[in-house]
Design a protein. Structure first.
Lengths: 243, 330
């Protein structure tokens, strides 16, 4: 675990040494800012109470596109430049390596979430009698879990390639599939439909977290996805040894 | 320190290394020589635990490579070919990261110490991307030395260095090589000749020769080429020499100087000496020439190729040649 922390620290710092992270943060915050402004403005115009979870759900939607950008580099770059060889000949286990990478990405997204939380703080100053902190907290818990799952898929996708662009599209494809997997069976019942609904990101995120409910099933689901994809990533890294 | 037995690695259909067996002892510098694609890097990657062999056994620093890989990796310092480093980190950041990963005690002091050893301390704050090839090589070496490994495995450590830097690295390797086991690969033979206690020549994934550089030279050069010098212009000596048995060719290099190729067999030097003296010439020098490792290498790898072409099996080494003394001055 100590090694995972070492890898995570380095990787986290590297986010700020590369322009990609700043570009990602800029894009993410810009879109969120615009939407917040529009939301806020329309609330004022029509006198309707603003929904504080809007900026959270928007963040999750944007992560569909930004999580691949944040994670594509993590393993792919190590493989392209050959630095993976030095990591794997140091006394580091594969799972420590991928966990460290994931922690770094999670930390970076955590930072962006803190910036995102300023919108809630701003809103709370204008809304009387104040925001529904409980439902907002549930939305944020869901955001962290969904982000963690997307980033774990990202680490896995990145480990498959030594080309960042290829990794980007593979990750985006995987995340999108996980997101929409239940869309075709939205109005169906039966075994297949219920299996697909259980597998889907959106069914676990939108139906509960966003309506203020933290369900153990949903928490377990996202944690399972994180563990599963990190496990797969470790196996992919290990399989590189056998080629 | 390093024990390798029957090591084989296949990439699909291609066999990169085939049943290698060798060892390296404590305090020894072993050179791994071979043309590109001979299997040097593959062997080193296996020994560092980067990838497992298809067949065979190996142990490093007393630990089995397959079952105790982590223990092996703790005790091995590795400089991969082309020195992969993180370009966006500074030298000191990078070394600190590697030291933390290897759980080096007193990290800061050790990083400073190693930077002094490889003479990179003055560039500690430079980013790796701004370093020259030679400096990068030194950072790679520093990284390999950080945890005071029992075994150092260096893949082409001289590659890309200028002669001055090469001398420095050689000095450094001799220093660390006294206490540690060093295994280095190179395709530049002069380096191996100068640096190594023992040389393993590998070609096409197989060991073709293994000995000290001196003995290798002696063994293969034995009875092959002589240099003869007499006082004056040596008129008429050429014909006399050509009439002698056991010589395959005689060539005039300059006035009074001859180069003689001998056929394998009994030593012909006494015969030549008595011919020269008996004919009234004044013998200045009669010397058996030692082939450089370079020539041996070319010879060995060519013999290998010829043997393969003829679909022959058996010992490729030129064996059974009289070793004897290396030089005899008249």
């Amino acid at each position: 675990m100590r090694n995972a922390w070492t890898v995570a620290k380095r990787e986290f710092n590297m986010y700020f040494a590369s322009p990609v992270a700043y570009a990602v943060a800029f894009g993410l915050l810009l879109v969120q800012g615009l939407f917040f402004y529009a939301d806020f403005g329309s609330s004022v115009l029509f006198g309707a109470p603003p929904d504080p979870t809007r900026s959270v759900s928007l963040f999750v939607t944007l992560l569909l596109f930004f999580a691949p950008a944040i994670t594509m580099r993590l393993m792919a770059e190590e493989q392209r430049t050959g630095t993976l060889e030095l990591l794997l000949t140091a006394p580091v286990r594969e799972w420590e390596l991928v966990t460290g990478k994931w922690l770094a990405a999670f930390g970076f997204v955590g930072l962006l979430v803190i910036l995102n939380a300023t919108y809630a703080v701003i809103l709370s100053r204008f809304v009387t009698p104040g925001l529904d902190v409980g439902s907002l907290a549930a939305a944020y818990v869901g955001l962290f879990l969904a982000a963690g799952a997307m980033l774990a898929i990202g680490v896995f996708g990145s480990s498959l390639f030594s080309n960042q662009i290829a990794a980007f599209f593979a990750i985006m494809g995987l995340v999108l599939v996980m997101w929409v997997i239940s869309y075709p069976v939205q109005n169906e019942t039966g075994l297949l439909a219920s299996v697909l609904k259980h597998l889907s990101f959106s069914d676990h995120y939108y139906t509960n977290f966003l309506s203020g409910v933290v369900n153990l099933t949903d928490v377990v689901y996202f944690v399972t996805v994180i563990v599963l994809f990190l496990f797969l990533a470790a196996r992919v890294v290990e399989s590189r040894r056998w080629r | 320190m390093i024990q390798v037995e029957g090591l084989t690695k296949r990439y699909g259909e291609r066999t990169a290394i085939n049943k290698l067996t060798f060892h390296a002892d404590k305090g020894e510098i072993v050179g791994f020589l071979g043309p590109n694609g001979a299997g040097k890097t593959t062997t080193m990657r296996i020994l560092t635990g980067y990838m497992p062999p298809s067949e065979g056994k190996a142990s490093v620093a007393g630990f089995d490579l397959l079952t105790q890989s982590l223990e092996v990796r703790k005790r091995v310092g590795y400089l991969p070919e082309n020195v992969p480093l993180y370009p966006e980190m500074s030298v000191v950041q990078y070394l600190d990261f590697m030291a933390e990963l290897r759980q080096v005690p007193n990290r800061n002091e050790r990083v400073d110490e190693v930077m002094e050893v490889v003479h990179i301390a003055d560039r500690a704050e430079s980013f790796v991307s701004n370093l020259s090839k030679g400096l990068r090589q030194r950072v790679g070496l520093a990284q390999a030395l950080l945890h005071k490994p029992e075994v150092l495995i260096l893949d082409e450590p001289m590659e890309g260095l200028d002669p001055q830097q090469q001398i420095e690295v050689k000095r450094l390797l001799r220093e660390v090589g006294a206490a540690q086991t060093v295994m280095l690969s190179t395709h530049i033979l002069a380096h191996a000749q100068e640096l190594c206690d023992r040389v393993i020549i590998i070609n096409g994934g197989q060991i073709v020769a293994e000995d000290t550089p001196d003995r290798l030279s002696a063994q293969i050069a034995g009875g092959r080429r002589l240099q003869l010098e007499v006082d004056g212009d040596g008129d008429g000596l050429l014909a006399e020499l050509r009439a002698l048995p056991g010589l395959s060719s005689v060539r005039v290099v300059a006035d009074g100087r001859f180069e003689i190729e001998t056929a394998p067999g009994p030593d012909v030097r006494p015969l030549i000496a008595s011919t020269v003296v008996g004919g009234g010439w004044k013998l200045l020098e009669l010397r058996r020439e030692r082939l450089s490792l370079e020539e041996i290498f070319i010879q060995l790898t060519r013999e290998e190729a010829e043997a393969a072409a003829a679909a022959e099996t058996g010992a490729p080494l030129a064996e059974g040649q009289a070793p004897g003394s290396d030089s005899a001055a008249g």
